[in-house]
Design a protein around this ligand. Structure first.
Ligand code: RET
Length: 225
C-alpha cells in the first residue's frame, strides 16, 4: 500500500532529479563525469529508501514510537557521497584530499549511526546520543572549514568550494534541529510537519546541491583527478 502523498512527492522529485542529472552528465567533459556519477547515485539511493518508506518497509515500531530507519540508511550512503562531491572541489589531485576525505566520512558515518541509536532510544538516552552525534557533526564541519578549506585555497579553487561548503553547512545544520523537535526528540511538531521538513531538506541537500556542483563542474572548476 502507498502510504501518503508526500512520499509520492519524494519519489517524483528524486526520480526527476535522477533523470535531470543524467541529462546534464551527458554533457559534462569526460574528466568531470564523476560529479554526474555522484549526483545520480545520491538520488537513486534516496529513491530506493523513499520507495521502501512508501511501501511501509522503512519503519519499525520500537520503544513506543515509529522509527523511520530508512531515513538513516539513505543518509549513511548519500552523505559520504555528498562529502566526496565537495572534497573533489577542494584539491587538485585525489591524493591531496584522500586522508581528509576518509576522516570526514568516518565522522559522518559515526554521526548518522549514533543518530539512529538515539532515535531507537527512549528519553533521556535519546538526548545523550544526540549530543554524541552533534560532536561528530562538529568534527565534520571543523574538517570542512579548516583543513579542506585550506586545501581549496592552496589549490586556487576557493569560489566553487566556498559556495558548496556554505550551502552544505546551511542545510545540514537543520537536520539535528528537526530531529530534536520531531518524533525522535521532544515531539514539539507533528510527524507530518517533520516529514515535510525532512523532505524539503533532503531534496535541497541532494538535488539542489547536486545541481550547483554539476554547474560548477561544467565550467571545469573541479580538478581532483
Ligand atoms: C542526526 C541525529 C542528531 C544529531 C545530528 C544529525 C545529523 C544529521 C545530518 C543529516 C544530513 C543528511 C543529508 C541528507 C541528504 O541527502 C542524524 C539527525 C547532527 C547532518 C544531507
Amino acid at each position: 500500500m502507498w502510504r501518503t502523498t508526500f512520499l509520492h512527492d519524494r519519489l517524483d522529485r528524486n526520480a526527476a532529479g535522477g533523470v535531470l542529472f543524467w541529462l546534464i552528465s551527458r554533457r559534462l567533459p569526460q574528466v568531470e563525469k564523476r560529479h554526474g556519477v555522484a549526483a545520480m547515485t545520491i538520488v537513486f539511493v534516496a529513491f530506493a529508501n523513499y520507495f521502501a518508506m512508501a511501501l511501509g518497509q522503512g519503519d519499525i515500531f520500537f520503544n513506543g514510537r515509529t522509527v523511520y530507519f530508512a531515513r538513516y540508511t539513505d543518509w549513511v550512503i548519500t552523505t559520504p557521497i555528498l562529502l566526496a562531491s565537495l572534497a573533489m572541489f577542494a584539491g587538485n589531485t585525489l591524493s591531496r584530499i584522500a586522508t581528509l576525505l576518509a576522516a570526514l566520512i568516518a565522522a559522518d558515518v559515526y554521526m548518522i549511526v549514533t543518530g539512529l541509536v538515539g532515535n531507537l532510544s527512549s528519553a533521556p538516552y535519546n538526548y545523550y546520543w544526540w549530543i554524541i552525534s552533534m560532536v561528530a557533526f562538529l568534527v565534520v564541519l571543523g574538517l570542512i572549514w579548516g583543513p579542506l578549506r585550506q586545501r581549496a585555497s592552496e589549490d586556487g579553487q576557493m569560489a566553487p568550494f566556498s559556495k558548496l561548503a556554505s550551502m552544505l553547512t546551511a542545510l545540514w545544520v537543520c537536520y539535528p534541529i528537526v530531529w530534536l523537535v520531531g518524533s525522535s526528540g521532544a515531539e514539539l511538531i507533528s510527524v507530518t510537519v517533520e516529514s515535510w521538513l525532512y523532505l524539503v531538506l533532503d531534496v535541497t541537500a541532494k538535488v539542489g546541491f547536486g545541481f550547483v556542483a554539476l554547474s560548477a563542474a561544467r565550467q571545469g572548476q573541479s580538478r581532483a583527478h
